[in-house]
Design a binder for this molecule. Structure first.
Ligand code: SF4
Ligand code: SF4
Length: 292
């Protein structure tokens, strides 16, 4: 079962939730994998401290134009939605950084003038953190597109009952790539107006992809009317709330020291228990209960 930990907003605690759920469920004997798909700013390894056993480069296929064959017909330029190939009167130019490696221009070329060449975009690392299988991706500096690295991560075979995919923040292409094919999304948010707004975007995204979802609210301060109003608005959204993790100095200190919080703060592990029960029930049933 593939569970994506996502949120419309950065800094809500996705990695905290993903690494701690992976730790707690592995401790209960499940075969668990953690995959860090936030390849622009990976940080899951800081908490899990995996022993890396192998790493390999990731390439994306970009078009190469054979000038002797090219007739400057312009069909490749028309086919490309990203402005990554332009047919000029004298030659046809490719902009590899803009290329999404879709292969459309090659299909559109009537002269067979386009072939593909691999271009390095990042690295994947694999290892173990205790019994947790670890996979982490890292986009090369200067590369603008992370989906090829995320795709490579997701294509790497894993032997696990439960795979946690730690998504990048936001709701754009890298998140869509991470969510594609997932069994469920856990959306982490914080009790602020920004958190709620970005959560709504994330809900629209998972709904469009028909992926069941539940919400985890992080850093909850039950300080009277503002929080009650916020929670009221949250309840109107079409997703169940599986946990509310309180704001706590002990949790913040454990996080800041780069440790697995659930190992040191029992209160934090307790808050994640309902989530673990629901995930385990989903595995037993072979499906996620909440559907759109
Ligand atoms: S492979 Fe796709 S994105 Fe890249 S240049 Fe060709 S049409 Fe454009
Ligand atoms: S479609 Fe092929 S032949 Fe036409 S401009 Fe592009 S590369 Fe040249």
């Amino acid at each position: 079962m593939k569970i994506v930990i996502a949120s419309g907003k950065g800094g809500t605690g996705k990695t905290t939730v993903a690494t701690n759920l992976a730790f707690l469920l592995a401790r209960e004997g499940l075969r668990v994998a953690y995959v860090d798909c936030d390849v622009e700013e990976p940080n899951g390894h800081l908490f899990l401290q995996p022993v890396i056993e192998r790493e390999w480069p990731i390439e994306k296929p970009v078009p190469v134009v054979e000038s002797q064959r090219c007739t400057q017909c312009g069909r490749c330029s028309k086919a490309c939605r990203f402005g990554a190939i332009i047919s000029l009167p004298q030659r046809t130019v490719v902009f590899p950084e803009l290329c999404h490696a879709c292969g459309g221009c090659q299909l559109a070329c009537p002269a067979g003038a386009i072939s593909e060449k691999g271009r390095r975009v990042g690295t994947v690392r694999a290892g173990y953190a205790g019994t947790i299988q670890f996979l982490g991706g890292e986009l090369d500096i200067g590369q603008p597109m992370s989906p090829p690295v995320i795709r490579a991560l997701k294509e790497t075979p894993l032997e696990a009952d439960l795979v946690f995919l730690d998504a990048p923040p936001g709701t754009s292409c890298p998140v869509v790539e991470t969510l594609r094919g997932a069994d469920m999304a856990l959306l982490v948010t914080e009790p602020t107006p920004f958190g709620l707004y970005d959560l709504q975007l994330a809900i629209r995204l998972v709904r469009a992809l028909s992926i069941p979802a539940a919400v985890i609210v992080n850093r909850v301060v039950k300080d009277g009317e503002p929080f009650l109003q916020w929670r009221q608005r949250l309840k109107q959204l079409p997703v169940p709330v599986w946990a509310e993790i309180p704001e706590s100095r002990a949790i913040a200190e454990a996080y800041s020291s780069g440790t697995i919080i659930a190992q040191n703060v029992p209160e934090f592990a307790r808050e994640l228990q309902p989530v673990m029960h629901k995930l385990k029930a989903s595995i037993d049933e072979g499906t996620c209960r909440h559907q759109w």
